[in-house]
Design a protein around this ligand. Structure first.
Ligand code: FPP
Length: 226
């Protein structure tokens, strides 16, 4: 297979369509989320193979707290389980695992697991994997503004939860929806957007490669002329 023409530094995913994937098969929505975790695994492996240094996933938005309690619980326990199951693999691959979002809304056991995985993978040099949980772009800008004002800072960037992480070069949203849904609002100022109809559980290496080919064909000018 031909090498990719341009490798982004940071790719971010809005994983959408798990529920519809399950409904189309007459399954419970939670089955779609379980299958969605397999897609996360596939994307992580492909990213390592292609040398992408930052990969991030919008796993749970602040708005998602409004979903039925059973579904919220399923998603939280899936994330807990995935971290526990994948910790050794993350270490072996050299992946630093980070969770960003409003952690005060997460339960203690999940918070402890997040801290544990973060600490145990912190020396991972191959890649940083970021999972956004209980995150919203407006929340991030607000919390950053508050801290900036309190400290008399002059630029918002160092206060954003994503400080130190390069802004995404490419954002991929699955399932045919074409909106940002209160994700990284500040950080996506110059991000290229690729929207695909594929539902997240069906989004694997082949679909990822196509999105990267689309990205490689874009002419990024950052508001300047070339
Ligand atoms: C969107 O589908 C998907 C979610 C809200 C959850 C995605 C979360 C995971 C797959 C868990 C990830 C875990 C780790 C450790 C990264 P939807 O339910 O909105 O689908 P619909 O639009 O078809 O209803």
């Amino acid at each position: 297979m031909e090498a990719l023409a341009k490798i982004p530094q940071h790719v971010t995913f809005i994983m959408d369509g798990n529920g519809r994937w399950a409904q189309q098969r007459g399954l419970e929505r939670s089955r779609g989320h379980v299958e969605g975790v397999e897609s996360v695994r596939a994307i992580l492996e492909a990213s390592l193979e292609w040398g992408i240094k930052y990969v991030s996933f919008f796993a749970f938005s602040e708005e998602n707290w409004g979903r039925p309690e059973a579904e919220v619980n399923t998603l939280m326990s899936l994330m807990f389980r995935a971290m526990l199951d994948e910790l050794d693999t993350l270490k072996r691959y050299g992946v630093h695992f980070v969770v960003l979002g409003n952690r005060s809304r997460l339960d203690e056991a999940l918070n402890e697991m997040i801290d544990r995985v973060d600490a145990e993978t912190a020396d991972g040099k191959a890649m940083t994997m970021i999972v956004f949980v209980s995150y919203s772009g407006k929340w991030d800008i607000e919390q950053a503004s508050r801290r900036m004002a309190a400290e008399g800072g002059e630029s918002i960037e160092p206060y954003l939860s994503t400080s130190g992480i390069p802004d995404p070069d490419l954002l991929v949203r699955t399932s045919g929806e074409k909106r940002i849904s209160n994700f990284m609002l500040w950080q996506t100022a110059y991000t290229e957007f690729v929207f695909v109809d594929t539902l997240w559980p069906d989004f694997r290496k082949v679909e990822y490669r196509l999105a990267l080919e689309e990205y490689a064909s874009r002419d990024r000018r950052f508001g300047k002329v070339k």
